[in-house]
Design a protein around this ligand. Structure first.
Ligand SMILES: O=C([C@H](O)CO)[C@H](O)[C@H](O)COP(=O)(O)O
Length: 215
């Protein structure tokens, strides 16, 4: 089974704390995500910093773009982001704009299906528009209401789309192997690492569990 990439989601608002968490978990992850709240507070400066410090990792800027796709994404690709996100609920022209910007810089566009009603339909349209990654995502507020991304992940994987599938939303030490065995390309882990008593230990454990599940 192909080994999924592990994406660390950083959702602290504090610049220094975000860099410190990235330093602790970086040896065990493939992609470093600047989560939307963190990106809104810390912006392009943090993208440049993390790309400079972790040049062998992919940097994910979780823009969740809703309009002006290319215009919003371009400065983040110029600053070193390898992947930016656009909302699946956006107009298809906005999704195409982010895809075009990503292609112009040799990077990737992820379409986030958070809050999309008909996920298979939108995922097919996004892939048709050139999206490189489709994100199954149960948001933090939805997690608080008891929702999980597992059923939607399986639905999307069953479509066998010509794009990578990423999954996010409350994945932790207890669930990461079940997720890895389902076969996504990318598994996103936020709070289970950043909120752990020892983030470095949690990241190492996640890496081990994913490697075991996909061996
Ligand atoms: O994308 C996220 C959220 O919308 C805030 O930016 C999170 O980074 C993502 O859900 C992963 O975090 P956890 O759910 O804590 O694993």
């Amino acid at each position: 089974m192909a080994k999924p990439l592990i994406q660390l989601a950083l959702d602290s608002l504090d610049y220094e704390q975000t860099v410190a968490l990235a330093e602790k978990a970086a040896p065990y992850v493939d992609i470093i995500e600047i989560g939307t709240p963190c990106l809104k507070v810390n912006g392009l400066r943090l993208v440049k910093h993390l790309k400079g410090q972790f040049h062998n990792k992919r940097i994910f800027a979780d823009l969740k773009t809703m309009d002006a796709g290319a215009y919003e994404a371009k400065p983040f690709f110029q600053a070193g982001a390898d992947i930016t996100t656009v909302l699946g609920t956006a107009d298809l022209s906005t999704i195409k704009g982010v895809v075009e910007a990503a292609n112009a810089y040799g990077r990737e566009a992820q379409v986030d299906l958070i809050n999309v009603a008909d996920k298979p339909k939108r995922a097919r349209e996004a892939v048709e528009a050139g999206a490189h990654i489709i994100g199954i995502h149960t948001g933090i507020d939805q997690q608080l209401a008891g929702q999980t991304p597992f059923a939607d992940l399986q639905t999307l994987l069953n479509l066998h789309l010509n794009a990578k599938i990423s999954v996010a939303g409350g994945i932790n030490l207890a669930t990461v192997q079940q997720v890895a065995k389902a076969g996504p390309s990318i598994i996103v882990i936020g709070g289970a690492i950043t909120g752990a008593a020892c983030p470095e230990t949690a990241a190492r454990q996640i890496r081990k569990l994913v490697d075991e599940a996909s061996a």
